[in-house]
Ligand binder design. Structure first.
Ligand code: HH2
Length: 260
């Protein structure tokens, strides 16, 4: 899943693809690099991000979805039911909903849905990063919502632990270390697992002392966590750097017993 942010304020690429022509060109490039799906978003969800008006979000994402729908499958990264509906009407086939609430819309429209774990909203989520057992909560919440969605008739559901959403760097690492458990949960209910670590801040808190702090300079750490996720059985990784990740995925797929 390649990231296509049509926003002025996303944490790593804010403002670069706000113009529809720039977004379309970038989307076509990501598709050429081998993305199976592009995740189009018109509202940043970085910690402290401000909400965007519905009309503005629609203005950002709809031309991009209409312009790319013949080129590559698309998901819509939104928490608003009206935006999800319009995006699906324009050609998106998956609702990537970080709020965990839009499964009834996905059921109504007959499209896929992502069951992601978060507490609070992007504006206040980091105040809620306090768990007895973060892995147990992520598994419990994402599986319970996924079951509701599947029971309601959503045709395809992805469990996503929500790396960086109401989580400290240690929480994120604990989740990555136990991805096999979430993969087992997903298999048991007929869902997949999606993980998004790409360029996120926690990557700078671990690894060698030289791990760069600028989001665009976190390619190596992003690839390491994508490879780890795929080798743990995760079916989809959400990334900014599609070409290098596709190369890494091809290599992982050659490992006996692994099929990302
Ligand atoms: N991460 C981001 C946004 N949407 N959706 C899912 N399902 N999983 C994620 O981990 C995830 C997500 C944050 O990354 P990005 O889109 O690059 O930044 P921003 O939210 O600032 O636009």
């Amino acid at each position: 899943m390649g990231v296509l942010n049509v926003t002025p304020d996303s944490f790593s690429d804010g403002g670069r693809y706000l113009d529809a022509a720039a977004a379309l060109a970038h989307g076509r490039q990501l598709a050429e690099e081998g993305a199976d799906l592009l995740d189009v978003g018109g509202e940043s969800s970085r910690p402290g991000a401000r909400p965007v008006e519905e009309a503005e979000e629609l203005r950002r994402v709809l031309p991009v979805i209409e312009g790319l729908r013949e080129t590559v499958p698309l998901s819509i990264d939104t928490t608003k039911a009206a935006v999800a509906r319009a995006a699906v009407g324009a050609g998106a086939t998956l609702i990537n909903d970080i709020s965990g609430t839009l499964w009834p819309v996905a059921a109504e429209l007959g499209v896929g849905w992502v069951s992601m774990h978060m507490r609070g909203t992007p504006g206040d989520m980091q105040q809620h990063a306090d768990y007895d057992d973060v892995v147990a909560e992520v598994r419990r919440v994402t599986v319970a919502r996924a079951r509701q969605a599947l029971d309601a008739g959503v045709p395809q559901v992805w469990l996503d632990p929500g790396i960086g959403f109401a989580k400290t760097a240690r929480h994120n690492m604990a989740i990555l270390g136990s991805l096999g458990q979430l993969v087992g949960d997903a298999e048991a209910i007929g869902a997949g697992v999606l993980v998004g670590t790409s360029r996120k801040a926690f990557l700078a808190a671990f690894g060698s002392g030289a791990t760069p702090s600028a989001p665009g300079d976190r390619l190596e750490a992003s690839l390491a966590t994508a490879v780890w996720s795929m080798a743990s059985g995760v079916g989809m990784v959400r990334v900014h750097d599609v070409g290098p990740t596709v190369q890494a995925a091809a290599l992982v797929a050659r490992a006996p017993g692994v099929s990302p």
